[in-house]
Design a protein around this ligand. Structure first.
Ligand SMILES: [Ca+2]
Length: 347
């Protein structure tokens, strides 16, 4: 107790008033005042984890010395900045360094990528592009303790149900022995390994391609690559199809805008709703849409939706159903177009 508090207490006592509760006087140090103390919260979590079959020793090891991570909360609360233009964003994502490194990985991992591409039916340039954008080809997987990050976000009341489920799944992953506790690292939001899977995505999609009994997306490259490919495959990837392409619109394209709007809009995540509805390539061809070099659109029976991420005066892209699988990975057109355009650099 410091001297000031002592002094104020002394005054209160001398006036003959009831001593105020020290709890009221103590500065509020809790990050979330309505939550129980983190230690109490952990007791409750432990009960739930043990009921789900997590051994007590594993739980205690995983939470040994774990405290709330204030950095995680700060990063989570930080508003994303939207000041960057579409062109700047894409140029930054498709730096020469990233392209060169991807080409080098396509060469060094040729056998593994060929095997994965064949098994899952996903072209290796797309697997490589996602790998490159998620973690710089496994070079940066985030060095944060997954249990601590997820525990912090699960304790934070804003989306606690979602993160509690992810946290309990993370404990299952540890319990299944896919990765050692010391290597159980990820991003501040709990996305793990070279493919940046949340624990529930890991459970649903991660692969043990080298068949050593561990689905190791952290340190076994081929498991991470197979996991990315499997994710796309599960969202109906077709390897006879690319993602779409950048296109030119005719000068009189305005006359079709109303018809396009009338048809409706694709449902789905926010990024999907920014697209036009689906039309066949034949329909787009009739509206005067062409490839960037002026050639006709491909004569294939694909449906495509139009997206202009920088508005009407910016670049236009026709996207196929494969593009939707990329959006499942991360529902952002900037992300999906970065993956798509990077994959084109690997052709
Ligand atoms: Ca494995």
């Amino acid at each position: 107790m410091n001297k000031t508090v002592f002094k104020s207490l002394a005054i209160v006592l001398s006036l003959g008033l009831t001593v105020p509760s020290l709890a009221q006087e103590a500065p509020k140090t809790k990050t979330f005042p309505d939550q129980p103390e983190f230690s109490e919260w952990l007791v409750d979590l432990k009960k739930e984890a043990l009921a789900q079959g997590i051994p007590e020793t594993l739980f205690d090891q995983a939470f040994d010395g774990i405290s709330l991570n204030k950095t995680v909360i700060e990063l989570d609360k930080k508003q994303p900045e939207f000041t960057v233009t579409f062109q700047d964003y894409i140029e930054k994502r498709l730096s020469n360094t990233r392209i060169d490194r991807g080409l080098a990985k396509l060469a060094s991992h040729k056998d593994r990528l060929d095997a994965v591409a064949e098994k899952y039916g996903v072209q290796k340039r797309f697997i490589t592009a996602i790998w490159g954008l998620e973690t710089n080809y496994g070079g940066f997987t985030g060095g944060m303790n997954v249990v601590r990050s997820l525990a912090t976000l699960a304790y934070d009341p804003r989306r606690s149900a979602y993160f509690r489920k992810e946290l309990l799944m993370a404990l299952q992953i540890l319990n299944e022995g896919h990765i050692d506790l010391a290597d159980f690292k990820g991003s501040w939001a709990g996305a793990m390994g070279q493919s940046q899977f949340m624990p529930t995505s890991f459970k649903a999609y991660a692969q043990d391609f080298d068949q050593d009994g561990r689905r190791d997306i952290w340190t076994t490259d081929v498991d991470a690559l197979a996991s990315i490919a499997n994710y796309l495959k599960r969202y109906k990837w077709r390897n006879d199809m690319t993602w779409g392409r950048q296109v030119t619109l005719p000068e009189n394209f305005d006359q079709y805008e109303e018809d396009i709007k009338q048809k409706g809009k694709p449902r789905g995540c926010r990024a999907e709703r920014q697209h036009s509805d689906w039309f066949t390539l034949d329909d787009w061809q009739k509206m005067g849409v062409r490839r960037l070099n002026g050639d006709d659109l491909p004569a294939v029976n694909f449906k495509a939706s139009l997206i202009r991420p920088a508005g009407k005066d910016g670049p236009a892209f026709l996207t196929y159903s494969n593009y939707r699988a990329i959006l499942r990975y991360n529902c952002s057109n900037l992300y999906a177009l970065s993956v798509s355009l990077l994959s084109d650099k690997f052709k």
